[in-house]
Design a protein around this ligand. Structure first.
Ligand SMILES: Cc1cc2nc3c(=O)[nH]c(=O)nc-3n(C[C@H](O)[C@H](O)[C@H](O)COP(=O)(O)OP(=O)(O)OC[C@H]3O[C@@H](n4cnc5c(N)ncnc54)[C@H](O)[C@@H]3O)c2cc1C
Length: 416
């Protein structure tokens, strides 16, 4: 073995606890060590079952049980409602850590935390939602999301089904084409038209608990990747208390929280998948060098490229997280055209970079990466990451951004 190869062998792949987790400690949520240790335990369980979850297209029961045991489902709930007040960067780090081992677990976690953030930021004036936030912590409830409806695809700012009011009760019947882990969740957070008379874009967000609805399965989930999300299609038939409607307008919830938080947490999960693929590519090159007495394999340049795009991806996510943190709860910033464009474009850019990174990782490994039965296989990573441009189609996002693209010229300074 050459000195260079020996040095490479000694270096560890993991670089210790993430900075985002130290932020949790600074806030006094829990010791950084203990938060990191809790995440590590969940990640270890998710990793052990990831292949079976993918193969059997089943819900990651073990990983979610571990997340509950480590009390990670309520970590994003504000302290005043018994949570740990973890911020967006902390949650992003958890999605990233889970994405490195089991993409489905990471995406489920990201979707759940997005719903929690919507309730925490827009439902805090309502006693019902305050009590739910407490229950999310004490019972470690898992929330699913229903925005996709009928044949409308990712057109989430329009709903067909309407909430019907009957005194202090409501009912809703919805053709929910995709609800990830719908059957495993303790509740579903859904968009709907405000009333039968309301326009399609006049929406509300309703939180339904398991006892409030019945799911009739319409479409199975046998997909290329993200198989453990169990994103089947259902007819959702619900009857609930009227106070379960989140008091804010959905337009506001969507702009300030739902869209940015979803895009930030999804992209963190995708970055985890990309990082895991690059780890495999790196291990492949090291092994090849070891066997060839230090000589680089022919496709080693792809590793450099994969590393470069992973670095860009990480920087992109980190910068978008900072932008969201800086905006805090400033409605004017959050609803500005600039912010909305940036957060929507973030989804497109992050998904494209993540796919490119995993592709480069696969090309680094060649046939060993392409095979499903090799320790350097990146087949699952590739299948999982290919969901990212589809999950709210990049084409749809880009088409919706045409108007601001036409209006806004490039800023005068690089730092604007
Ligand atoms: C892994 C995964 C999990 C999901 N989980 C959930 C969930 O829990 N809850 C939920 O509600 N939804 C979920 N979804 C659905 C998701 O939110 C989107 O609704 C869905 O991915 C869009 O599906 P679509 O491609 O059929 O629809 P569309 O958005 O209609 O896209 C169909 C095609 O039309 C093209 N297209 C669409 N609009 C335009 C346009 N304006 N200009 C140009 N081309 C356009 C697109 O390129 C695409 O090829 C999930 C999706 C995935 C992949």
């Amino acid at each position: 073995m050459t000195t260079q190869t020996a040095k490479l062998q000694r270096r560890t792949v993991s670089r210790g606890p993430a900075r985002g987790l130290l932020i949790a400690e600074a806030r006094g949520a829990a010791g950084a060590e203990s938060v990191a240790a809790r995440i590590e335990k969940v990640a270890a369980t998710a990793s052990a079952h990831a292949a079976a979850v993918d193969r059997e297209a089943r819900f990651p029961i073990e990983a979610m049980a571990a997340a509950r045991a480590e009390r990670l489902l309520g970590i994003g709930v504000p302290r005043e409602f018994d949570g740990e007040g973890a911020g967006i960067a902390d949650l992003a780090d958890i999605c990233y850590a889970l994405g490195r081992v089991c993409a489905s677990t990471a995406l489920i976690y990201a979707m759940h935390q997005t719903k929690v953030a919507c309730i925490a930021r827009h439902g805090r004036a309502s006693a019902w939602h305050q009590s739910l936030l407490r229950r999310i912590c004490s019972e470690q409830m898992l929330l699913a999301s229903s925005t996709t409806e009928g044949e409308r695809g990712g057109d989430i700012r329009n709903s067909a089904a309407a909430v019907e009011r009957h005194g202090d009760r409501i009912s809703l019947e919805r053709n929910a084409t995709v609800i990830s882990y719908g059957e495993a969740a303790d509740g579903i957070v859904t968009t709907a038209r405000r009333s039968a008379e309301a326009a399609n874009a006049d929406q509300v967000l309703v939180v339904l608990l398991k006892q409030d609805y019945r799911l009739e399965r319409q479409i199975a989930w046998d997909a290329l990747g993200m198989r453990g999300t169990c994103s089947a299609g259902f007819k959702l038939i619900a009857s609930a208390a009227a106070e379960q409607i989140v008091p804010a307008r959905y337009e506001e919830i969507h702009a300030r929280t739902m869209m940015p938080v979803a895009h930030l947490l999804w992209s963190s999960a995708w970055t985890g998948i990309a990082a895991a693929a690059v780890d495999r590519a790196r291990a492949f090159v090291r092994r090849a060098m070891q066997r060839a007495d230090g000589a680089l394999p022919p496709a080693a340049a792809h590793l450099t490229r994969a590393n470069a795009s992973l670095q860009t991806l990480r920087a992109l996510v980190a910068s978008a997280l900072r932008r969201f943190e800086t905006a805090a709860e400033d409605a004017a910033i959050l609803e500005s055209v600039d912010f909305q464009t940036a957060m929507n474009l973030h989804k497109v850019n992050a998904s494209e970079l993540a796919v490119a990174t995993v592709m480069d990782a696969m090309q680094t490994c060649g046939l060993s990466g392409y095979r499903n039965d090799s320790e350097f296989s990146v087949g699952r990573h590739l299948r999982d990451i290919l969901s990212s441009p589809v999950m709210i189609s990049n084409d749809r996002v880009l088409a919706n951004l045409l108007v601001p693209s036409l209006l806004n010229g490039a800023p005068a300074s690089l730092r604007d």
